[in-house]
Design a protein around this ligand. Sequence first.
Ligand code: FAD
Length: 190
Amino acid sequence: VDASEPRPGNSDPHKKLPPGMVLGKDGKPCRTCSSLASFTSQTKNLRASSATAGSAASGAAAAAAAAGAGAGASTATAKLPDDCPADVETLGRSTWTLLHSIAATYPQRPTTAEQSDLRTFMGVFSRLYPCWVCAEDFQAYLQQQQIRVGSRDEFGRWLCEAHNAVNAKLGKDAFDCARWEERWRTGWKD
Ligand code: FAD
């Protein structure tokens, strides 16, 4: 599931969600499933509509606020301040850094126990990942593409392919998996 797409299946059909907004299973906006722009747009809309109840003048102000927020929703360059809760992109970047760094430090010849730990970790990770739409797709990926943990390179490439599957879903370029170790362990050769 592309978390940057609206999720009508999870929303109240009577409410319009901005593009990129995903609701949590509690029906409230899910910050870690949504882009910063859509989350900001949604919360501004909510604040604007509660401030307007019963007043024509404030109704006009709310419309203006909502329009401004709507424009903000298409701002691809929105940057989350460092000390704010993570949105889907900040969370994703940090998580890929952790996962690829685990691959980079995984033994070339792991013991049976290390292989078992990694398999367990990835299974638990796929169930606890804080963006639930991302987590469901990742669990499905794990079902289809059995995890490979036999060596550092085996896991590094498996993870690179898993990351590429998400890249493809989001319309991003594929990464050259022959270079995963340069990116995450040794640094670029050239
Ligand atoms: P990221 O994709 O976060 O990549 C970070 C860096 O990794 C890149 O700059 C690049 O140098 C390197 N890189 C890129 N591709 C590869 C690769 N294949 N192998 C090795 N290195 C690579 N977002 C959604 O909107 N919907 C989802 O369903 C979704 N599912 C996700 C599932 C998981 C398990 C994770 C960890 C994240 C998911 N995300 C999802 C977040 C998404 O993948 C990105 O992290 C986010 O969009 C930010 O992207 P980015 O372009 O900054 O780079």
